[in-house]
Design a protein around this ligand. Structure first.
Ligand code: FMN
Length: 344
């Protein structure tokens, strides 16, 4: 029997996971031998997430952290059962994951004492949980080395069915152009801009959202279309000066053979593992997800990836990686107190 305090400490660690617009849609229930993870779709952004894939990915991210924290804090191996159904529900309302709000999406159970290598990996990545941040600034210190790409791919391989492929230069060009186009379209969408405004700094519900210091500055040459959090329905609220980004950026494509809800959750798990590995390696890691949010744009991304890889794939996330030129100082993003997230 693991004492409650240790479980709560692991849950607190887990809440430092990445989530869409820092909405932290996870809720936890302590169950016999472990923890059940639920989604609260009443707190998720909807316009940015029309089919709920980012809500499920956020749950996957917290599951990744929770596994590592539980093993590191208890010395025991974990078994995770994804209890989410395999097919996309027919419910009309998928936006923000509304259709997935019933019942747990994953149950993590503590098992026997962890093997040495599992315990060592868990300890190393557990140590990175609170150091990890989403990078939105330039990474001018060079791309990952061959060995670092291999470590990142191994981190992603923890998620069954999800693969990671570094994008070739032609694919990087296609992905950047599709992302820039998607970002431009977003800037014409009032609902989207209003939603962004609601998740930035003081407008976001307490303990969530993206502080102004974390939204980054635009690329002076426009090569790297990071998501723009400065535009509001009233116009730009940005005061950050543009800065020079790396050109070309190094991109890692997370992909799978299919696009089931389980794949979507596991892609978020894989992304979180990759982010922790990147942090442990001293790499910066950012997300370029805009082109994956609307069907036409998604199809174009999948098409570009198929042309590059020579086989059909479903792209689940696009990550930007690289070494920073110096030390990056990150503005901490807030988190809700863990006690508010535990269901009775
Ligand atoms: C599924 C998912 C999609 C995301 N998409 C983007 C994105 O397109 N652009 C971006 O800058 N950050 C993106 N993020 C990062 C979140 O904004 C970030 O995790 C959150 O604000 C908390 O900050 P932190 O990661 O620094 O702790 C995404 C995160 C998740 C889990």
């Amino acid at each position: 029997m693991v004492e409650r305090d240790r479980l709560i400490a692991a849950l607190e660690d887990a809440t430092h996971a990445s989530s869409i617009h820092n909405s932290q849609p996870w809720r936890f229930r302590l169950v016999e031998g472990g923890v059940a993870v639920h989604l609260d779709p009443t707190v998720t952004p909807r316009t940015v997430d029309p089919v709920g894939r980012w809500a499920l990915a956020s749950i996957g991210a917290v599951v990744a952290n929770l596994e590592l924290a539980l093993t590191s804090r208890t010395g025991r191996a974990v078994v995770t059962e994804i209890t989410l159904g395999d097919s996309i529900p027919e419910a009309a309302d998928l936006a923000g994951g509304a259709a997935y709000g019933e019942g747990p999406l994953a149950v993590i159970t503590l098992g026997e004492a962890a093997e040495t290598t599992t315990a060592m990996t868990a300890a190393r990545l557990h140590g990175a949980i609170k150091e990890r941040h989403t990078t939105r600034g330039p990474l001018l210190g060079g791309p990952p080395t061959e060995e670092e790409w291999a470590e990142l791919q191994a981190a992603v391989a923890w998620a069954p069915g999800i693969q990671a492929t570094p994008a070739s230069e032609p694919l990087v060009r296609s992905l950047l152009s599709l992302t820039a186009r998607a970002e431009d379209a977003r800037q014409e969408d009032e609902d989207y801009l209003e939603e962004i405004q609601n998740w930035v700094e003081n407008e976001a519900p307490s303990g969530t959202g993206i502080p102004r210091g974390a939204i980054g500055a635009p690329d002076a040459e426009g090569h790297v279309p990071i998501r723009d959090f400065t535009q509001t329905p009233m116009g730009s609220s940005g005061d950050g000066e543009a800065v020079f980004f790396e050109d070309p950026p190094a991109l890692l494509v997370l992909h799978a053979a299919s696009d089931t809800p389980v794949d979507q959750l596991r892609a978020g798990y894989a992304m979180q593992r990759a982010m922790l590995e990147a942090t442990a390696l001293g790499l910066g890691i950012g997300v370029l997800g805009q082109a994956l949010e609307e069907p036409d744009s998604r199809a174009a991304v999948d098409g570009a990836a198929e042309e590059s890889f020579g086989a059909p794939v479903v792209v689940h996330q696009i990550l930007r990686l690289g070494h920073p030129a110096g030390t990056i100082t990150y503005a901490a993003t807030p988190r809700r107190p863990v006690t508010d997230l535990i269901l009775d």
